[in-house]
Design a protein around this ligand. Sequence first.
Ligand code: FAD
Length: 621
Amino acid sequence: MQQAIFEPAEARKPKATAAEPNPRVKGGYFIAGDTPPEEIFITEEWSEEELMIADMVTEFCIREIQEPFFRRGRELQVTDKADREEVLALLKKAGELGLCGAGIPEAYGGMGLNFRATTLFSKTMANGFSFATTIGAQTSIGCLPIVYYGNDAQKEKYLPGIASGELVAAYALTEPGAGSDANAGKTTATPGPDGSYYLLNGQKIWITNGGFADVFIVFAKIENDENLSAFIVERGFEGLSTGPEEKKMGIKGSSTVQVYFDNCKVPAENLLGERQGGFRMALNILNGGRIKAGAGGVGGAQFSLTKAVRYALGRQQFGRPIAGFGAIQYKIGDIATRAFACEAAVFRTAALIDRKEAELRAGGMPENEAKAKAVREFAIEAAIVKVKGSELVCYATDETIQIHGGMGYAVETGLEMAYRDARITKIYEGANEINRLLSVGELTKRALKTGELDLRSAGKKIPAFLLRQIAPFYPGAKYADEARCVQGLKNAFLFLSGMAGKQLGKKMIDEQELVLLLADILAEAFVAESILLKIKKLDGMPNADPAKLDIQRQMMQLYLYEARAMAKKAAIEAVDSFASGRRKLFFRLVINTLLRPFEVNPRQLRRNIAGFVLENKGYCF
Ligand SMILES: Cc1cc2nc3c(=O)[nH]c(=O)nc-3n(C[C@H](O)[C@H](O)[C@H](O)COP(=O)(O)OP(=O)(O)OC[C@H]3O[C@@H](n4cnc5c(N)ncnc54)[C@H](O)[C@@H]3O)c2cc1C
């Protein structure tokens, strides 16, 4: 086992924190208050052990997946018998290295990595093409329901096999009539007369790993329950069958099938968690999965960028490498910046989950309960990074093809595959529309219903901020303009959601066009703050490389420039959508003041960033 080779102690357990919980370690807090830079985790702080894990995953992906791909000259297709065997062999090899058990506790044969390390694992696994989806289902949605909600007997029975790769895991929630509306599933679980078993009847669709999974986490309603329950269902249980492999646009090396239950007999002890607890469980598992999906998006974008850079340096047109053209540098500077910013947000979120878990455990909560609750806490941030990471990788793969010109369209480069593979990330783990709606819906709920977030006090500070926008208080202070830009983004969200809420009341949440615009501003506020905090923290580190830091600072400025422009467009459209007459004029004035221009030269920033990336022959942050 890999554990014998290294002992990633730091990566394993979230550190116990002081008994006093930190009020800023709270989902959605970023919009209501400020966080000191020293409190966020940045990727320059990886432990040696975590970096070793990442290296091991990269090496696995290069040796076992990328090199065979380029030798073969085509992608694996799970519809092909031999290719399918190869995918299964890959899972076995990954299992032998300990990779299938990344998030499984050591007591059950896993690596017992903490959340941020498993997120790094997901980011790095993006080097593994469609196998990232296969092992993602194995290590995340397929096994974490047992890790978080299983009892000791269930853990003992299933987790060691999943960790070693001997058992393949799948997560079966979606049904033909229940996709985004997951709780509308029609699969039923009828208790047997003596209560010793349930009979499952129904159908699941789009189940990753379903073609060869040994263990399925299946969501079904018991009798006339309002909510789903969850079950651990083995392939060998009587009455379970699977359909043929779906013919998909991308991730063709991953298995996706329908699963049928025809009086499938499931022992009562395989009920996972509480009766009717399945819906909450399903959503919470998706919360964690979304952060991993965001991380995968970052990894995929960085991988693509490096390919684009290497090609641009070698490809000559008009007597010079295309890397010298401003049009190409624009794309390189842009992808690098967005990937850097998104990464800051992803790992800030992942590390917050570990801190929350540590706080909950220090307060006496059992480990698995603390893990599940900590993930749930950051549902807003999870939705944001999922949307951002998926849109980033789609954008990056598209532009990488563009940089390759006609060669980008050729199968042998693997780029058209990456482009097709990336597309699914906007659909699964909750479609991006759903995640956008969720981020604002959840924030509103926590502010208005449960009172967990004090947005009112944050909103009360807007008038003073407006004054400062007109006559800055602290000219010259380091990062003062950047901080004002980020605060402007936050205030634009607070102002618009407050005004729209006042006008539309509870109906606001049904005005989806408006909520989607608000969600984009909210997301920009979070990512922009994450990159600014990261730069501030880096700036205070004695070992930061000054040349690199200078470029990272410029990436932060470029990101803020773009975030403000995007947020302003969304904010004005929001105002025009719900206000009219003099109110509209007043709201526009407020938005223009809150989101006043962030004065940088974007062309120069992009050129400098692209120049550095080209010099380093790839993504280098
Ligand atoms: C390759 C692949 C692998 C998958 N793997 C798994 C898996 O392992 N396990 C599993 O359980 N599922 C899996 N899924 C299913 C996936 O999670 C769903 O496809 C996804 O949740 C969307 O559901 P749907 O396809 O039914 O689309 P729908 O829910 O029908 O949505 C269609 C469109 O309508 C929008 N929409 C829906 N409801 C609303 C609303 N209330 N407001 C605004 N817009 C809305 C959506 O955003 C989307 O754009 C997989 C899917 C694919 C394609």
